[in-house]
Design a protein around this ligand. Structure first.
Ligand code: ASP
Length: 343
């Protein structure tokens, strides 16, 4: 009897202690906040058939340099307490200004031999977003996307109107030929020569996507994602890919994660890739890594959609899965840093 009483009393004391102890009560929270990085940033410069054997040492060094610079620009902003939006925009601008990537200077050619650029940005705090599609004279399309988000009541502007809006916002404009690079011109000729006449399909062999993107978590706990591209070589009829489509090529939500994609846009649109990763986390409780893998290495692979994503969650965890040969990519947190190209 006495023993049983002591046992019950012990149990009672143990349970009430747990109940009163805020640390134990919030066990998950405490662990989560301990795991939380003060900031995190990841960038990509496109995925595709990127093989070491096809790269000279100089080319490789040039890509690594540009990626490292972009990463450092974004990281410094976050270190200094700046916003994830600023970090994303500045890192992307650096890549847009480099002729190496298919965004801004260095964008691919359309079938008509011109450049039509797409970009988007999203903030996880309040799901604010902005995008431009098919702009032809905006030097840095990511700035136009940001202006749409911050200075207009719309989310997406396209073509002539988007150009006009960028001019009215005082953004730098250039002639379309500013975006020219010899290597992209040669790609267009190669793709045209190999184009399947019967289907009119875009030639994907030897295709290097080259879109750029950045995702970041700032010290205030806000996520942001941005993506910028010239689209796909030989595109026709004002084709838009996934990059300017919120939820497909780009998405951010403070509840879950920020995602920027690169790859065969038609698949990324149909599979709402960026949002799907967030939804798997929100509704199914998957980790960032599992969610991103599920979409990129299972769903997309099954469908035949080539490409990859960079993603960061609200704790600063980073995932960068891709199902192609390579992806120009890098990430930085207060304790880690990595820039890579191949598998
Ligand atoms: N996703 C882009 C598009 O389809 C291409 C890329 O990532 O390089 O327009």
């Amino acid at each position: 009897m006495t023993l049983r009483l002591i046992f019950i009393l012990t149990l009672f004391i143990a349970f009430s202690t747990i109940g009163c102890n805020p640390k134990l009560e919030n066990n998950t929270k405490t662990t989560e906040s301990m795991k939380k990085a003060t900031y995190a940033i990841a960038i990509h410069g496109g995925a595709g058939t990127i093989l070491k054997k096809n790269m000279t040492a100089e080319q490789e060094a040039a890509y690594l340099k540009a990626l490292n610079e972009a990463l450092s620009i974004g990281e410094q902003i976050l270190k200094d307490g700046g916003t994830s939006t600023d970090a994303v925009v500045e890192a992307i601008m650096h890549l847009e200004n480099s002729p190496l990537f298919n965004a801004g200077k260095g964008a691919v050619f359309t079938n008509e031999g011109v450049h039509e650029l797409d970009a988007s940005i999203m903030e996880g705090k309040d799901l604010n977003a902005g995008a431009v599609g098919g702009v032809t004279i905006v030097k840095n399309p990511i700035l136009a996307a940001r202006a749409v988000m911050e200075k207009s009541e719309h989310v997406m502007l396209i073509g002539k109107g988007a150009n006009q809006f960028a001019i009215e916002q005082g953004l730098d404009t250039v002639s379309n030929s500013y975006f020219y690079t010899e290597s992209r011109w040669n790609s267009l000729q190669r793709v045209k020569a190999n184009q399947d006449k019967s289907t009119g399909m875009l030639e994907l062999v030897d295709y290097k996507f080259g879109t750029v993107g950045c995702v970041a978590l700032d010290q205030q706990g806000n996520l942001a994602a941005g993506t910028s591209t010239g689209g796909m070589t030989n595109k026709k009829y004002n084709r838009l890919g996934d990059s300017p489509i919120i939820g497909s090529g780009n998405y951010a939500n403070n509840k879950t994660c920020a995602v920027s994609a690169t790859g065969h846009g038609e698949y990324f649109i149909r599979y709402t890739v960026a949002y799907d990763i967030s939804a798997l986390m929100e509704y199914k409780g998957l980790s960032l890594e599992d969610a991103a893998n599920e979409v990129v290495n299972k769903k997309l692979v099954k469908a035949g959609g080539e490409g990859g994503v960079i993603a960061v969650d609200k704790y600063g965890n980073i995932a960068m899965p891709f199902n192609s040969e390579g992806m120009y990519r890098g990430f930085a947190t207060p304790t880690e840093r990595e820039v890579k190209i191949y598998k």
